[in-house]
Design a protein around this ligand. Structure first.
Ligand code: PLP
Length: 380
C-alpha cells in the first residue's frame, strides 16, 4: 500500500541510517566508560546533543536522551509536578502521554490539575492560558503540544510562553510533531522543557529527547534510578547509535526545513485538489492554516472511518483516531473534545504525507480514497 501515515512514524532518512551503522559495528563502546573507545562514543553523543540544541535554539547541555517522547513527557511532568504547587495545566486534545500522566498525578494526589480551554479548531489562546493561571496559588506547570498529532493544529507559542514564564510558571512543550517542520526557539518561546521523538523526525524509533532548562536539572526528580548517567536525570547507558541517528535527523531537519515544508504543503493541496476533481470534498478538521504541513485531518460526511479503512487496507496506509476497546468501537477522544458528536467523530481520518511522498503517489491515493468514499456511501 501507499504509505501516508508519516505523522505516526516517519522512516529514518538514508543519511541517518548510514551514520548509525558505524556505531552498531566497529566503533561500538560504552559511552560512559573511561577508555578511548568510550570517549569517542561520548563525543559522538555530544555532537548529537549539539545538533538537537541547534534545532531548538537551546543550550545543548539541557538535552537528555530518553526512549521516546512518551518517556520525555512522563519525565518532565512527573519529575516537576511535585515542585509545582500551583498545579499542572494541560489540554484535553493532547497526546495520551500528557493526558494520562495528568490523570495519574491527580488520582494519586500528587498534583492539582486543570484543563486549558481550546476553540473548535483546536487552538489555545494566550488569554485561555492566562485565565487558567489566575488562581495565584504558586508556581504552576503548563503542558501543551506544539502540533496536534491527530488534527494537525499548531499552537502559536511565543505569546503563550511569555504569559506563562512572565509569571514565573514552567512551560512544557511536546514538540514531537513539529520539530521536523516548524522553527522552534526555546529562548523566544520561553520554554522550560520540551519533548521530541526520533521516529517523528525521520530519525530512529526507540529514542527521543527531553530538553530541559539546565537550571531545572537539580529540581527534576528522575523516573529511573541507577548508574546516574546524564547527570542523574536519566540513568541508563545512552545507546550511541540511536543518539547519533537522532542527532543527524535533527541536523537534516534544520538544514532542509523550508524545502521539506514546501513539498509537504504541495502534496496536501494536490490531494485535496485531486479529490475535488473526483467530485469528493472532505470537511477539514482543525485549523485551516495554522497546521502541520502535509497533514490532513478530514471527514467524509456519511462515511465512517472504519468502513473506509477496511476498504483502503490493501491500498493506502492512513489512520483514524477511533479506537477499539473491549470489542466496541469508540470515536477519537480528541475529536469528541473538539465538540464533534460520536457519529461525526467516528468519521475522522488522518492522512499524513512525508518527505518521500511523490506526486504520483498522491494522485493514486486520491483515486483510492474517492473510490472508497463512493463505495461506502453507495452501500448505505
Ligand atoms: N506526543 C505526540 C504529539 C505524538 O504524536 C507522539 C507519538 O504518537 C508521542 C508524543 C509519543 O511519541 P513516542 O512514540 O516517541 O513515545
Amino acid at each position: 500500500p501507499i504509505y501516508a501515515d508519516f505523522a505516526s512514524s516517519a522512516p529514518p532518512l538514508p543519511e541517518v541510517v548510514d551514520a548509525m551503522m558505524e556505531w552498531l559495528g566497529g566503533s561500538h563502546a560504552n559511552p560512559h566508560a573511561d577508555h578511548l573507545p568510550g570517549h569517542r562514543a561520548a563525543r559522538a553523543i555530544d555532537d548529537a546533543r549539539q545538533h538537537i540544541g541547534d534545532l531548538l535554539d537551546a543550550d545543548p547541555d539541557g538535552v537528555i536522551f530518553t526512549s521516546g517522547a512518551t518517556e520525555s513527557n512522563n519525565l518532565a511532568l512527573k519529575g516537576l509536578a511535585g515542585n509545582c504547587i500551583g498545579g499542572l495545566y494541560f489540554s484535553s486534545l493532547d497526546h495520551s502521554s500528557i493526558v494520562e500522566v495528568a490523570h495519574h498525578l491527580a488520582e494519586t494526589g500528587q498534583c492539582r490539575v486543570g484543563r486549558l480551554q481550546h476553540d473548535a479548531q483546536g487552538s489555545i489562546s494566550p488569554a485561555a492560558v492566562k485565565s487558567a493561571l489566575t488562581t495565584g496559588r504558586g508556581r504552576a506547570l503548563v503542558a501543551l503540544a506544539h502540533g496536534n498529532n491527530e488534527i494537525g493544529t499548531i499552537q502559536v507559542l511565543s505569546e503563550i510562553g511569555a504569559a506563562i514564564s512572565g509569571e514565573g510558571h514552567l512551560f512544557h512543550v511536546d514538540a514531537s510533531q513539529t520539530a521536523a517542520h516548524v522553527p522552534i526557539s526555546v529562548q523566544d518561546m520561553r520554554i522550560s522543557t520540551l519533548s521530541i521523538s526520533g521516529h517523528k523526525l525521520y530519525g530512529p524509533a526507540g529514542i527521543g529527547a527531553l530538553w530541559l532548562d539546565p537550571t531545572l536539572k537539580t529540581e527534576l526528580s528522575p523516573l529511573l534510578h541507577g548508574g546516574g548517567q546524564q547527570g542523574g536525570v536519566r540513568s541508563g547507558t545512552v545507546p550511541t547509535y540511536l543518539a547519533v541517528g537522532l542527532g543527524v535527523a535533527a541536523r537534516l531537519a534544520r538544514d532542509r526545513m523550508g524545502q521539506a515544508r514546501a513539498h509537504l504543503q504541495a502534496m496536501a493541496s494536490q490531494f485535496i485538489g485531486a479529490l475535488a476533481s473526483h467530485g469528493i470534498s472532505p470537511v477539514v478538521i482543525g485549523h485551516p492554516s495554522d497546521r502541520l504541513p502535509g497533514h490532513l485531518s478530514v471527514r467524509f460526511p456519511g462515511a465512517g472511518a472504519p468502513d473506509l479503512l477496511a476498504r483502503l487496507l490493501p491500498l493506502l496506509a492512513v489512520s483514524s483516531g477511533a479506537a477499539c476497546s473491549a470489542g466496541e468501537l469508540r470515536a477519537s477522544r480528541v475529536l469528541r473534545a473538539l465538540g464533534l458528536d460520536e457519529e461525526t467523530a467516528s468519521e475522522g481520518l488522518r492522512i499524513s504525507f512525508g518527505r518521500s511522498t511523490t506526486a504520483k503517489e498522491v494522485a493514486q491515493a486520491a483515486e483510492y480514497m474517492s473510490d472508497a468514499v463512493r463505495e461506502v456511501l453507495d452501500s448505505i
